[in-house]
Design a protein around this ligand. Structure first.
Ligand SMILES: [Zn+2]
Ligand SMILES: [Zn+2]
Length: 473
């Protein structure tokens, strides 16, 4: 104890560092059982074997070292980097997770005062600039697809790690509020609410509709008094994040945002009755001109602006990204916020549900093929407003198809081989409007005048590529 000095490595310890990079787990295990090897030895830069293993992306080595008592909190690196930061830098999600499970502190900062997550979140905002200039789909179609693959795939892996770090919130931190503190007779958070609240706090999908859905699905939460307690606890966590020595603006912003959504939910309870479905509808309702969900955009913008610590760098970055954007244009407040909080370079290459923002949605409206959902439930929820746009989106889709076909013919004429020809669906558009009967009138029947007598069905994304701009593997 206490005798570990930077750079004073025994020959076996030097060998261990070599083996971590190039050798096998067995070799490392043998060395670790030698009495000349200290598992937390430090090289000349203050890096432990665990940091080396994390940085090199060696998951098995990390696990082995942790089993041998490696200290996940070691903070001796010359620039203050921790094993968790090295894991995030390596872009390896499993290692990031292993470090967090082993108790790595997410609030530790490096020598320039940034946590791993903060660093990448700021990188992410710069990346957003790239995204903005490359986003070529007009504001009238707010499906999150992009035309090109962004240039930095490793960076995306880092962002995924950041998403894991930022959304890792140990249950114990919440459980603290389930015990009376100080002079309180009652805990601030009834213990039975800790589980459902923790689930929402750790979500990586910040879509307001998703959050309201999670609230309304849980009878314990779908109650004005319970929600009131929850949002006050989140406000306290937010405050703590901002006032503690190792400030965590990202987590503070997330807590504040969730608190705002909870408060919005409360306004939709009347006489003890839950009207959360009405809130979901308001959030989804598209404006007449282009179907853009204006209320949703305004709610998110307002939540961000109401962040109580106006000096926060993250707040200023967010406001700067959002303020110049006209409502209805890209990027949306949701995309900017998600970007900043999860670090995800979302909306690129992955499909998001139009209703709830869930990643990996794959069901397309079979009429217009321009909106994507998780499942029929999400489609039905959206139908009351989508039905007003479906027809015009279908026209947009068909125009895209026709133009793509035209372009392809020209390319063929000019004799240029087109490697991506199979991405373009050449069938005449009329032939593929599949209306499945079983989905008759998704959405509520009160607004049941079926426009053009059509109901939207669902087609699998694989069956119906949206057009030339969607690259399928
Ligand atoms: Zn969905
Ligand atoms: Zn449609």
């Amino acid at each position: 104890m206490g005798h570990i000095k930077k750079g004073e490595l025994t020959p076996e310890e030097k060998e261990l560092l070599e083996v971590i990079g190039k050798g096998t787990v067995q070799e490392a295990g043998t060395l670790l059982s030698s009495k000349n090897v200290h598992v937390n030895c430090l090289d000349e830069n203050g890096m432990t074997p665990l940091m080396h293993a994390a940085y090199k992306g060696k998951l098995d080595m990390c696990k082995l070292l942790l089993r041998h008592g490696a200290d996940v909190s070691c903070h001796q690196h010359e620039h203050g980097y921790t094993a968790l930061m090295f894991a995030a830098l390596s872009g390896n999600k499993d290692i990031t997770w292993v470090m967090l499970e082993a108790g790595a502190e997410t609030d530790v900062v490096n020598s320039v005062g940034r946590t791993a997550a903060q660093m990448a979140a700021f990188v992410g905002l710069q990346f957003m600039g790239w995204f903005q200039t490359h986003q070529k789909i007009g504001s009238s179609v707010f499906t999150y697809t992009s035309l090109e693959t962004p240039p930095h795939t490793h960076q995306q892996c880092q962002h995924d790690c950041v998403a894991i770090i930022n959304n890792f919130f140990p249950r114990e931190r919440l459980d603290y509020y389930t015990k009376p503190q100080g002079l309180d007779k009652e805990p601030k958070l009834p213990p039975k609410l800790a589980g459902p609240l923790h689930k929402i706090i750790t979500t990586t999908n910040l879509h307001p509709v998703k959050i309201v859905m999670m609230v309304s699905e849980n009878p314990l939460l779908a109650d004005a008094a319970a929600l009131g307690k929850c949002y006050r606890v989140m406000d306290l966590i937010c405050e703590k994040c901002m006032k503690q020595r190792d400030m965590n603006e990202v987590l503070a912003m997330k807590m504040h945002y969730l608190s705002c959504i909870f408060q919005k939910c409360i306004t939709f309870f009347t006489d003890g009755e839950s009207k959360l479905d009405a809130l979901i509808k308001s959030l989804l309702k598209g404006r007449a001109s282009d179907g853009f969900p204006v209320y949703q955009e305004k709610i998110i913008r307002e939540s961000i602006r109401k962040f109580p610590y106006c000096e926060a760098t993250l707040l200023q970055q967010l406001v700067r990204s959002i303020a110049p954007v006209e409502i209805g244009s890209d990027p949306t407040a949701f995309s900017v916020l998600t970007q900043a909080i999860t670090g995800q370079v979302g909306f690129v290459d992955v499909e998001f549900c139009t209703t709830c923002g869930e990643k990996g949605a794959s069901k397309r409206c079979s009429v217009c093929k321009m909106v994507i959902y998780c499942d029929q439930t999400c489609q039905k929820t959206h139908w009351f407003t989508h039905k007003k746009m479906c027809k015009s989106l279908k026209d947009v889709y068909e125009k895209q198809q026709t133009e793509a076909a035209k372009q392809k013919r020209q390319e063929e004429k000019s004799g240029r081989p087109d490697a991506n020809s199979n991405h373009v669906n050449e069938d005449p558009p009329e032939a593929e409007v599949g209306i499945s009967q079983e989905n008759s009138t998704p959405g509520d029947s009160t607004e049941g005048e079926k426009e053009a007598g059509q109901d939207a069905g669902l087609a699998s994304a694989q069956d119906a590529p949206i057009g030339p701009q969607l690259s399928e593997e």
